[in-house]
Design a protein around this ligand. Sequence first.
Ligand code: DUC
Ligand code: ZN
Ligand code: ZN
Length: 457
Amino acid sequence: MRTLIRHGTVVTAASATPRDVLVDGETIARVEPGIDEPADREVDARGKYVIPGGIDVHTHLDMPLGEITTSDDFESGTIAAAFGGTTSVVDFAVQSQGRPLAEALETWMRKAEGRAALDYGFHMIVCDLPPEREAELDALVSEGVTSFKLFMAYPGRLMLDDATIGRVMKRAAANGATVLMHAEDGGAIDALVRQALVRGQTAPKYHALTRPAKTEADATRRAIALAGRAGVPVYIVHVSAAEAVEEIAAARGRGALVWGETCPQYLFLSDECYDAPDFEGAKYVMSPPLRPKAGQERLWKGLAANDLQVVATDHCPFRMKDQKTLGRDDFTKIPGGAPGIETRMSLLYDGGVRAEKLTLSRWVEVTATNPARLFGLYPRKGAIAPGSDADIVVWNPQRETTWSAATHHMRVDYNPYEGRLVKGAPDLVLSRGRPVVDGGRFVGRAGAGQFLRRAAR
Ligand code: DUC
Ligand code: ZN
Ligand code: ZN
């Protein structure tokens, strides 16, 4: 099957130029002006942008948390992602304490296989690793799982001590993996949480009040120091606080190998959401929490100036109806996380490019190209170039969407951006040359997605 996309503006991380794109089978064959070749399908992209499909390197599909599970699985989640202009996800396999890492990978492979409509890869969340089992990390790298997420928060569950973090980092330095860090000071937060509960402070807003920005900034600084000692690059996930951006910017200024990811919720929503009446604030219970509005400009500037390199979603959906309500009388029991896999590209286009905070190329770079570069997928993904996978979005800058739980495709009963009007949406989404979303309809297939073996550094 050959598809010729004509008369569009091809936007890459480097340029925005009028080009035609010829797709042959699963890959891009030519990117040139005025291609005149026969094709099975011609797409008129006049007035539209032709961009590499979005890559969301931070999702939690079908993820158990205690007795419950995130409400999107690999089918519903990747379909929703496609509607939003994303064509690949990198999700997190989670090690069970004391169990082999390979077992977690197998479990997550089974969750995705036959269900994912888009290509998918995995990071591994490592929550315990005695020295004699470090070789398991090397085995993951050979399987294409080339990044490990570690936690500095959630003592007793996911948090690692500095010695273990140091060992995993050294091993990653040697086997070419990258370390992702959840940077929040778990000890300090736990103390604040216990105090709040003693005082009877149980409402959702206390989730945010017990995780102050300083706990994020302090942990960020420590993560960078530990990574520096081990000689491994560290990618700080879900950066929410201006103070944490300062730590990353300062370290990069000193030449440290550190990258920062933020998420739309931290760019567009603020801690005022926790003042919502009744239990509504639970919609925004996530870690790190939403921060004061005043700090958002620092995140935007950080993205524009390359202090931060990636916008991913941390898509971690739980229903309000019967999941978030588990914490009605105790904020510590509210499952943390919010949906966003579908809304990322349009929010960033509307509130970033149209608002003149990001250039078109930077929008593509932080949503697709950098995620591919940092996680071993480039130039197969994240590029519009001959030889790259034909993961292509024809982006209509005029198409409007009013985000709502009533019409979105994520399998969750609320949308954090309910009622927000955005301009810019995909007209056509191709995954390895095959249409998955066309004119607002899903035309792909659950199970068509392939596992992405990612390269090490
Ligand atoms: N960290 C994440 O990255 N996602 C969900 C919860 C968390 O703490
Ligand atoms: Zn995290
Ligand atoms: Zn996450």
